[in-house]
Write a protein that binds this ligand. Structure first.
Ligand code: S3P
Length: 193
């Protein structure tokens, strides 16, 4: 089915659609495209935070610390959801910080867990140096084996929160962003009423 037929046949509740998952899972690109297909607004939580602080995420981590970032992340996330605007929202990988937040999102939005393979995630995060948890004090990538270890630890420590999602989506490798967003939309329409 092309995306017009999916949208026409879709009965999607008018609530936010929230994309969660590890860094490098494609939440931002898929979210942006899904919003376009559905004619909804898109927001990226990291971008909202960067705009409110006037600093990139890695600079916030460096100057103010991870705890400060996590508080801000939680506050901005709740503000966006409490506004009840039916946007598509792409989270940062650690925004589902605990089960209460994950439950709150699941109660107020369609929560999607974007879950590609760990190899895909590692390959993507190595493309740029914007993720502070994977960088050393000089702003360079940590060794690849260490990055893989950190990502695995984070993945399993977050899995119980990610698994609160209504939709568990494994993107097919090498498909275009458009096709991937259509696949996700199909899965949403099949599973959410
Ligand atoms: C983080 C993921 C990042 C960003 C920050 C922390 C994480 O967002 O919020 O670097 O803890 O997984 P992306 O998932 O968009 O890379």
């Amino acid at each position: 089915m092309d995306h017009k037929s999916i949208v026409e046949s879709a009965e999607i509740p008018v609530v936010p659609i929230v994309l969660a998952g590890m860094m490098g899972s494609g939440k931002s690109a898929i979210g942006r495209r899904l919003a376009k297909i559905l004619n909804r607004d898109h927001a990226d939580l990291d971008t909202v935070i960067e705009a409110s602080e006037g600093m990139r995420v890695h600079t916030i981590f460096k100057r103010k610390g991870e705890d400060y970032f996590r508080q801000l992340e939680k506050r901005k996330l709740l503000e966006i959801l409490q506004s009840k605007a039916p946007i598509v929202l792409s989270l940062g990988g650690g925004a589902l910080q605990n089960e209460n937040i994950a439950n709150f999102i699941a109660d107020n939005a369609i929560l999607c867990f974007i879950n590609p393979s760990m190899d895909t995630i590692v390959e993507r995060v190595l493309r740029n140096k914007k993720r502070p948890l994977l960088l050393n004090e000089r702003g360079e990538h940590k060794p690849e084996a260490e990055i893989r270890h950190i990502l695995n630890e984070l993945y399993y420590s977050r899995l119980s929160c990610y698994e609160k999602a209504h939709i568990h989506f494994h993107p097919v490798e090498n498909k275009s962003i458009h096709q991937t967003a259509c696949d996700l939309l199909t899965k949403i329409t099949e599973n959410v009423r």
